[in-house]
Design a protein around this ligand. Sequence first.
Ligand code: GLU
Length: 324
Amino acid sequence: MTSAPASPPTGRFAPSPTGPLHLGSLVAALGSWLFARAKGGRWLVRMEDLDTPRVVPGAADDILRTLERFGLTWDQEVVAQSSRIALYDAAFEDLLRRKEIYACACSRADIARAASAPVSEEEDSSNARRAAVDAGGGGAAPQGAIYPGTCRNGLPPGRAARAYRFRVPAGLFAFEDLLFGFLSEDVETIVGDFVVKRADGPYAYQLAVVVDDAAQGVTEVVRGSDLVDSTARQIALQRALSLPGPSYIHLPLVLGPDGKKLGKRDGALPLETLDEARVRGALAFALSALGQEPAAGPPREMLETARRRFDPSRIPREPRRAPG
Ligand code: GLU
């Protein structure tokens, strides 16, 4: 019997083309590039352009040219999620057939109303825990309140399907993050059944990312820690689809000069401003945010030296402030 060849180490950068690359996304791109390239692995780029209302025309191309300007070159052709709908359709149909997802008629207002209705003590404490996760920043259920399960056992009479939700299995979903250690989340309690196909049509990030990482043979997901609390949901979906799970590394965030979440304008790296001095400066910032000593010399040399000397044990957990 011959066994399938193991995937070579494969990392990826998966930007959403909603604007130019900025210092925060540069850290994620550089971090995933370093992890993959330091061990001679592949590095892929995927455009996560399913959230059409947020996609900015020209941003995808701009991001790619910017990556090139930094010397972050990729393997294979860049894939755009908008050209892979058939793959998500197949996963969706599979989950639907096995009743792991279900149609939901609830609007945000319905869910908010249900969440503010008087609740039992047990439900109340799970809402409080959820609020704590939200306060921890980013990534938590985008729909706001925990889904109360209204449509879990079928659409209420006379109501039409809007979104589709994943029936989250009970229990903890755990993973080992190289930087943050052992993490686990009770997705059912903290998030509830989450959306895999949105009311306005597109497949949700959580479903697409899981399907794509598996289809592209991604073995390590290296991304910003604003996405750390999406990981348990993604693992739950991987299991439901019997997909292999990559390893996870969540990198320190870049904050604005004021110490708050990086705004749209803070740390932007518009292509037209990227002369060599600015490329060097941004690369030096991103390397030091990753705990790596920036070497002297032109950007290409800095990058090559960083690849050769890459030491993941030096990556700090603390966020880094972008220069003002
Ligand atoms: N497209 C996501 C973003 O730009 C990143 C997804 C991921 O790395 O899993 O925030």
